[in-house]
Write a protein that binds this ligand. Structure first.
Ligand SMILES: Cc1cc2nc3c(=O)[nH]c(=O)nc-3n(C[C@H](O)[C@H](O)[C@H](O)COP(=O)(O)OP(=O)(O)OC[C@H]3O[C@@H](n4cnc5c(N)ncnc54)[C@H](O)[C@@H]3O)c2cc1C
Length: 419
């Protein structure tokens, strides 16, 4: 680590940190990313499987693609953007879920979302699950979808925050990987990898950033750490910033894990179709068959279910998927599938979960988390976003906002030397 003195250090090299650092760099600020992992991208992470397919273990969908800034980055990098409508916007496979039932379910789900919107801004905030219709047969399946959206059961999720999430309904994918695109965008920024930050000392005129590889000095820092880390690390800031710790605790990371399976004789199924493991319980996975037309299944687990399965590793996830799939498609189906890869985001020491949700009554914590401190500690990351939280483009937007705040603060100090 030759260089130790910077104008701005960006702590964490995920979507938010990368967007912030590139913006600073393009504005001529002497900056660097300090990242705990040996790679950039954070919860955006693409790997190649043995067939050479790019698998997104973290974010995969360019949500709100018609206003998502990562689309332009993907285009600049000459990536292949797949605009096939997502499986959740189309009818599911009819095994145990006939067309008329699907229609009834969609209506019940729309009514649930409408009740959330109607209630969301009234006091007091309530758990989203409080707005289930009493006795509705589809509550468990709506709850399962809630676990994919929020990473948590809806009795833990703020109705107001859930409603604040804004999306345009346009969802695209990048064939070569969303994670690969985000990481590549960060390549030109100086980055200190394998370097967990342990303490941000803001007692003095300049910041001292203590890391596992020594102390760095900077005028300002943009902190993009996941809320799971901020909530636990009471000693991270010196002096302590209890309002940040409290805000982070109100915005825990929910859990979503993806298991990739290989599928023999895949052509039996239509490209990009979906199957629910069960329609009468919340602890169920959703199966995306032939993503991009590949001979694979992408299995999505959300909430308490993956939290429980992570203890048993890949085999626990695989066994669960086999039992659900054979329940729908017959016992012989087990011979056609094999596990390729899963990443357990809950057990990941630098993530501790997948994406943030607000506890009931805590939706305003997003603003508290995002607020600068002393005009030299700035905050970004998906959890800081009012309406695009839980997404990689939310990371981008908060990263750019924090970088703009940092640039303004630097220019103000240059304009008034000696202050
Ligand atoms: C399974 C899954 C599916 C998802 N699907 C989608 C999707 O389809 N579309 C979408 O938009 N979003 C999706 N997301 C969410 C999306 O990946 C995240 O919201 C986004 O990547 C978060 O970016 P960030 O920069 O805020 O945080 P992070 O990516 O977590 O970046 C923070 C960085 O800080 C680093 N760090 C942690 N501790 C330290 C330390 N002490 N010192 C230094 N560095 C540290 C971390 O390693 C990390 O690189 C998904 C996430 C998961 C896990």
């Amino acid at each position: 680590m030759a260089e130790r003195d910077f104008e701005t250090l960006v702590i964490g090299g995920g979507a938010a940190g990368i967007a912030a650092a590139r913006h600073l760099q393009l504005s001529g600020v002497k900056c660097a990313i300090v990242e705990a992992r040996p790679r950039l991208g954070g919860r955006a992470w693409t790997i190649a499987d043995t067939s050479g397919y790019a698998l997104d273990l973290g974010c995969g969908w360019l949500h709100s693609a018609d206003r998502n800034p990562w689309v332009a980055v993907a285009e600049e990098q000459r990536r292949t953007i797949d605009k096939t409508p997502p499986p959740w916007a189309r009818a599911s496979l009819p095994y145990g879920f006939q067309e008329d039932e699907q229609k009834e379910f969609r209506k019940a789900q729309e009514e649930f979302f409408a009740r959330i919107s109607e209630r969301a801004q009234r006091e007091p905030d309530v758990p989203a699950a409080a707005l289930f219709a009493a006795g509705c047969r589809w509550n468990n399946l709506i709850g399962a979808i809630g676990t994919y959206i929020s990473g948590a059961e809806l009795d833990r999720v703020s109705a107001r925050d859930f409603d604040n999430f804004g999306e345009t309904g346009v969802n695209w994918r990048i064939v070569e990987g969303y994670g690969a695109t985000i990481a590549k965008y960060g390549e030109s920024v100086p980055a200190i990898l394998d370097c967990p930050v342990q303490r941000i000392d803001h007692h003095g005129k300049r910041l001292k950033i203590e890391t596992s590889r020594g102390t760095l000095v900077a005028d300002q820092a943009i902190v993009t750490l996941p809320t799971s880390i901020l909530a636990e690390a009471e000693q991270l800031f010196a002096p302590a910033l209890p309002e940040k710790t409290q805000a982070a605790r109100g915005l825990p990371l929910g859990l979503a894990d993806k298991l990739f399976l290989s599928l023999e004789d895949a052509e039996e199924f239509e490209k990009d179709c979906r199957l629910f493991g069960a329609t009468d319980r919340t602890a169920t996975a959703t199966y995306h068959l032939r993503p991009f037309g590949r001979p694979q299944i992408e299995v999505y687990f959300g909430g308490d279910l993956p939290a429980h399965l992570e203890a048993g590793g890949t085999s626990a996830f695989f066994d669960f998927a086999v039992s659900e799939l054979t329940g729908k498609l017959g016992n012989n189906f087990a011979r056609r599938i094999a596990p390729i890869r899963i990443h357990c985001w809950g057990a990941d020491p630098f993530a501790g979960g997948s994406y943030s949700f607000a506890l009931p009554g805590m939706a305003n914590s997003r603003m508290t988390l995002a607020a600068p401190v002393d005009n030299r500690l700035f905050f970004a990351g998906e959890a800081c976003s009012h309406g695009d939280f839980s997404t990689a483009h939310g990371g981008w937007i908060t990263g750019i906002t924090a970088a703009d705040q940092a640039i303004r603060a630097l220019r103000k100090n240059v304009a008034r030397p000696g202050e």
